[in-house]
Design a protein around this ligand. Structure first.
Ligand SMILES: *[C@@H]1O[C@H](CO)[C@@H](O)[C@H](O)[C@H]1NC(C)=O
Ligand SMILES: *[C@@H]1O[C@H](CO)[C@@H](O)[C@H](O)[C@H]1NC(C)=O
Ligand SMILES: *[C@@H]1O[C@H](CO)[C@@H](O)[C@H](O)[C@H]1NC(C)=O
Length: 527
């Protein structure tokens, strides 16, 4: 009897607090960079662990496909060979960020367009339905049409702090007077000339992104014709949630509407996995002097640097007492030094978690910087393109490491920089302090992202948390109509007061004024 009673109570509780039912989720990640997938996939893994039925569509192979979800690898034209080294060459000079964005946007738009015509994708769209679409954003908003097709809520996953296009989509404020633009490398608080630069950068952004949006709409109209689908603008206004790979502890501090959720650090595993045996042995053996980890990330290869630079770096690293793990993608490494282990692929997060790692020599990609900061490892940066320069500026200003451009590398400079960061404890202390602050959160980034995605599913798009700014045009949003209206009223009142004042003054003093004038002129005549 008692047992049944408690069973009833238990059932009541289970009914009162339902867990999210298993949903059918489509993850659409048309990124041409593996580094983007590293940031999008942890959300997928978490959703799978929570029992959802997930289909992942990519144009690049996955490193760790998992039988617990379906993976569809689309066959679309590859990005042109030498694309990254082209970008590296073009990333000198003041307009480099614009050129990089423009090139990247052109490639993504072409590839995303191709995904929509790929037979497997067409079959998926013709035969199946989904409860939610998550898509990896990178200048590909026109694939919002896929969500329009399935008539389901859509969540955007983004690899950085929200940029202008996303802020516009979700109604997030830009705040160009105190939120530094991604490409500027400015650190809060902004001084007067910082603010001038930042506002200008945001204006350039406005122009560039208007052009990109214009192209995106053309692609949308082509792929999702108006007879069958809602308009591109309607779909932009229908995004439920934007997940950003940014956390306020990384800076900058910025206000976010409820539909923007920070999941910065999501690529970092709560617990590191066991390292491959050879790497583990190599690192464990470095207890005395410590070890360095050198990687230029997943896009650039060590050989994208010029061969003299590689030689210089090799010469410096081979003479260190420390052991070095070097991510080297070619067959023949630059030398045979016994303190260096060359490997084509490395589990970066797990290596950075190893207690004997004393320094990370990095290209300064956002993901790498975040992982290094999370594990409290100081950095020496060799930024190559895109946001890597500003990321490393940030690292340097925060005191977590030092940075130099590839063309500035000489044996002397590189050596002294490596020695400085290795032996001066301030870098390590500062980045470890940051690490403690950054890990202190109510929920892990993965659980946070999964919670909000399930929230969107439970509340069928969660329209109640959408900012009204999404439905306002530029004039309304910046109050030009309101200020114009108030100005007109004030002007009217001012005019009326002046008129009344004149009348009153005239009727009270009109005569005496005239008399006085007369008196004055008479006096002057007498003189
Ligand atoms: C998009 O892809 C289709 C199919 O490959 C192609 O016919 C079309 O020209 C592409 N659109 C643009 C704007 O490139
Ligand atoms: C490394 O060692 C191999 C064989 O031991 C040798 O053939 C090769 O030339 C060496 N490479 C360098 C760069 O010293
Ligand atoms: C907008 O999103 C909701 C769910 O969030 C969906 O049911 C609806 O079909 C979408 N509207 C359009 C025009 O796609």
């Amino acid at each position: 009897m008692k047992f049944t009673a408690s069973l009833v109570v238990l059932m009541f509780f289970l009914a009162a607090f339902p867990t999210s039912e298993s949903a059918k989720i489509l993850g659409l990640f048309t990124a041409f960079c593996k580094s983007h997938l590293f940031l999008h996939m942890p959300v997928i893994h978490t959703l799978v662990e929570r029992g959802h039925e997930v289909t992942v569509v990519t144009i690049l192979p996955l490193d760790d496909p998992n039988p617990k979800y379906r993976h569809i690898l689309l066959d679309v034209p590859k990005r042109p060979k030498g694309f990254i080294s082209n970008i590296i060459d073009g990333s000198k000079g003041p307009l480099s960020m614009i050129r990089t964005i423009k090139k990247a946007a052109d490639i993504t738009m072409m590839q995303t367009n191709a995904t929509l015509h790929e037979p497997q994708m067409k079959k998926l769209m013709a035969e199946e339905s989904f409860d939610l679409v998550i898509f990896g954003y990178f200048f590909n908003s026109f694939q919002l049409g896929v969500a329009a097709h399935f008539k389901c809520p859509v969540v955007i996953s983004f690899i950085h702090s929200p940029m202008r296009i996303l802020n516009n989509i979700i109604g997030n404020p830009i705040e160009s007077l105190y939120v530094p633009h991604m490409s500027m490398g400015l650190v809060q608080p902004l001084g007067f000339f910082d603010r001038v630069q930042n506002v200008l950068a945001n204006l350039v952004d406005l122009a560039l992104f208007s052009l990109i949006e214009f192209n995106m709409e053309k692609y949308y109209k082509f792929n999702f014709p108006a007879e069958k689908y809602p308009s591109y603008q309607d779909m932009l206004r229908n995004v439920s949630l934007v997940l950003t790979c940014h956390h306020f502890t990384d800076g900058p501090i910025r206000p976010n509407v409820p539909a923007v959720v920070e999941m910065g650090g999501i690529q970092v595993k709560a617990k590191p996995e066991v390292l491959p045996a050879d790497i583990k042995e190599f690192l464990d053996g470095a207890a005395k002097n410590g070890a360095l980890y050198f990687s230029l990330g997943t896009n650039a290869r060590s050989t994208d640097m010029n061969s003299d630079t590689i030689k210089t770096i090799y010469d410096v690293l081979s003479e260190l007492k420390q052991r070095v793990i070097w991510k080297w993608e070619e067959n023949t490494p630059p030398g045979n030094a016994s303190n260096i282990l060359f490997k084509k692929w490395l589990p970066q997060d797990d290596i950075l978690a190893h207690p004997n790692i004393k320094l990370f020599i990095t290209h300064g990609g956002h993901g790498s910087v975040v992982e290094s900061e999370y594990h409290g490892v100081p950095m020496v940066g060799i930024p190559l393109f895109g946001d890597q320069f500003s990321n490393m500026d940030g690292v340097q200003k925060a005191g977590y490491g030092l940075s130099l451009r590839e063309d500035e590398i000489t044996a002397g400079k590189f050596k002294s920089m490596v020695e400085e960061v290795l032996h001066n404890p301030t870098y390590r202390n500062k980045v470890q302090k940051f690490s403690r602050v950054s890990r202190d959160r109510p929920m892990s980034p993965r659980d946070t992202a999964a919670f909000w995605i399930e929230y969107i599913i439970r509340h069928r798009g969660a329209k109640h948390m959408q900012s009204p700014a999404v439905h306002m045009n530029f004039i309304q949003l910046y109050g030009l109509d309101v200020f114009g209206f108030l100005f007109a009223i004030l002007y009217g009142i001012f005019k009326a007061i002046v008129l009344i004042f004149r009348k009153v003054v005239y009727s009270l003093f009109g005569r005496s004024c005239k008399n006085q004038n007369k008196d004055n002129s008479e006096q002057k005549k007498k003189q």
